[in-house]
Design a protein around this ligand. Structure first.
Ligand code: HEM
Length: 481
């Protein structure tokens, strides 16, 4: 049987393996690997292999068929832990299963459709601020809108001013996440924690010391710098705000239509228990963090590509004009097939979660190779979405790739911006509905064009956000002026 040692290694190793290249180019290293090695290869962190699965079949095999043999990597969990605690994104095993089940009804398509009026309200209010003829920074506007929607749907928080302090705090958190992605610090901390977890049969005092060390390794290194102080202050700000809202809901009771109230009311169907304040806080924070930046980045790319592709722009406008100017409902959104294609195509080219990594919790075979326990694997979605055989002329922006007929022709595992298997994004329908309503309202109320013809690429140092601001000149449509 072939082993990890037989998997071809990407060229260009230095003393740290590929750690430096991965740190600086992130998603781009996997494009190089796919070009050089095809479906399967490995990059190395010092002497540790990271097995890269870059075909639909291999991605499906690891994330779906053999999902029980893998867990999320400690490095990824550690990055999010300071904010998301033991929420859905970062937990594992029985606690994850229990909470996923508890939260599933809140993300059921019917429940999500019920959020449409709240989403529409926020979108309408934000678009009211766009003046005829002005130049907007699409990235900033999309963040303002998706953060507003998250604040409204999650916390029933109305004014965006109220969350200003929160926006600044969230920005600080995202800066930290960007800094940590593929960093040597997180790699070293994760490796130490992983080794500690392997120690078995420790006497009680040592076991307690081990737990305390692992917990400390999960926290940001407490460097005495202004940047770190700002980070800890940001976490406190958001924590305090969420705790105040929880206390308020618990004291006043009464029905509010937001997700926070639903989390507080959610009850385990087996033992009838509610979540503790800490659990509710972790889940609310997880949803807030996971739920808006990703949608903001992808809708910004939608506007960028729409502005640069006249034929796509024309078809999109034509489809939305079919609604005769009425504010779209969730049912209308479902019929906006081409608009949904615009969103899905933007997510194909620049998926904000550009790779999914896992660690084998037992020895497992993938693609005919024997991977021992603790082998790290990664599915580079961004590179996977560019495999020429599945997406011909992959750099071309073409929403028609997502017509139902074309989707039916693609192998499973070929397109996974929301992941795959049991850990698939719980908010995928939420994000899709939000993007559809947002794109539909923009089409109805504005025309726009790029301020410059210079192409904009992704910033590989961040979650594939545009490398420069996407500036658009917006004009009110006559009926809306
Ligand atoms: C375009 C928008 C979005 C993208 C591209 C995206 C992408 C992803 C991906 C790829 C995963 C799986 C990660 C893995 O398997 O390691 C994930 C998980 C998750 N996402 Fe999203 N997401 C988006 C929007 C949202 C929204 C709107 C919410 C909530 C309101 C959300 C909440 C979550 C949560 C809680 C998880 C963890 C699920 C679990 O492990 O059970 N996401 N997301």
């Amino acid at each position: 049987m072939k082993t990890v040692e037989d998997i071809p290694v990407l060229s260009g190793q230095t003393f740290s393996g590929h750690a430096t290249e991965f740190r600086t180019t992130q998603a781009a290293i996997f494009l190089r690997l796919a070009r050089e090695l095809g479906d399967l290869g490995q990059i190395r962190f010092f002497n540790f292999p990271l097995v890269v699965l870059c075909s639909p079949e291999l991605a499906h095999e690891a994330l779906v068929e053999k999902q029980k043999s893998f867990e999320k990597s400690l490095a990824t969990k550690m990055m999010f832990y300071p904010f998301a605690g033991r929420g859905l994104f970062t937990s594992e095993g029985e606690p994850w299963r229990k909470n996923r089940k508890l939260m599933a009804p809140l993300f059921h398509p019917r429940t999500i459709d019920g959020y449409a009026p709240m989403m529409n309200d926020v979108i309408t209010r934000c678009l009211d601020d766009w003046r005829d003829g002005e130049i907007i920074d699409a990235g900033r506007e999309m963040t303002r809108i998706t953060m507003g929607v998250a604040a409204k749907v999650l916390f029933d928080a109305d004014t965006l001013d109220e969350s200003d302090e929160i926006s600044a705090a969230v920005r600080t958190m995202f800066d930290y996440l960007g800094e940590q992605t593929a960093s040597v610090s997180i790699f070293v901390r994760a490796t130490i924690a992983q080794l500690l977890l392997q120690l078995e049969h420790l006497p009680a005092p040592l076991a307690r010391a081990r737990e305390a060390t692992i917990e400390a390794l999960h926290q940001p290194v407490p460097l005495p710098t202004a940047k770190r102080r700002k980070l800890f202050a940001a976490i406190r700000t958001v924590d305090d705000r969420i705790q105040r809202m929880i206390t308020d809901r618990r004291q006043k009771g009464g029905e509010r239509p937001d997700l926070l109230s639903r989390l507080l009311a959610a009850r385990d169907e087996v033992d009838g228990s509610f979540m503790t304040d800490r659990q509710v806080r972790d889940e609310a924070m997880t949803l807030f963090i996971a739920g808006h930046e990703t949608t903001a980045t992808s809708t910004t790319w939608c506007l960028y590509f729409l502005a640069r592709n006249p034929e796509v722009y024309r078809r999109w406008k034509q489809e939305v004009d079919g609604l005769s100017g009425k504010t779209p409902t969730a049912a209308d959104a479902l019929r906006l097939e081409y608009t949904r294609g615009v969103f899905r195509e933007a997510l194909r080219l620049y998926p904000p979660a550009f790779a999914i990594d896992r660690v084998a919790v037992e020895a497992v075979e993938v693609g005919g190779y024997h991977l021992p326990k603790l082998t790290s694997i990664i599915v580079p979605i961004h590179a996977l979405h560019r495999r020429e055989a599945i997406f011909p002329d992959p750099e071309r922006f073409d929403p028609a790739r997502f017509s139902p007929e074309n989707e039916a022709k693609r192998p499973r595992g070929a397109y996974m911006p929301f992941g795959a298997g049991p850990r698939i994004c719980i908010g995928a329908n939420f994000a899709t509905l939000e993007a559809e309503l947002l794109l539909a309202q923009i089409a109805q109320r504005f025309d726009f064009e790029p301020v410059s013809d210079a192409p904009i690429g992704p910033d590989y140092g961040t979650a594939l956000r545009p490398e420069r601001p996407v500036l658009l000149r917006v004009r009110k449509r006559r009926a809306a002026a």
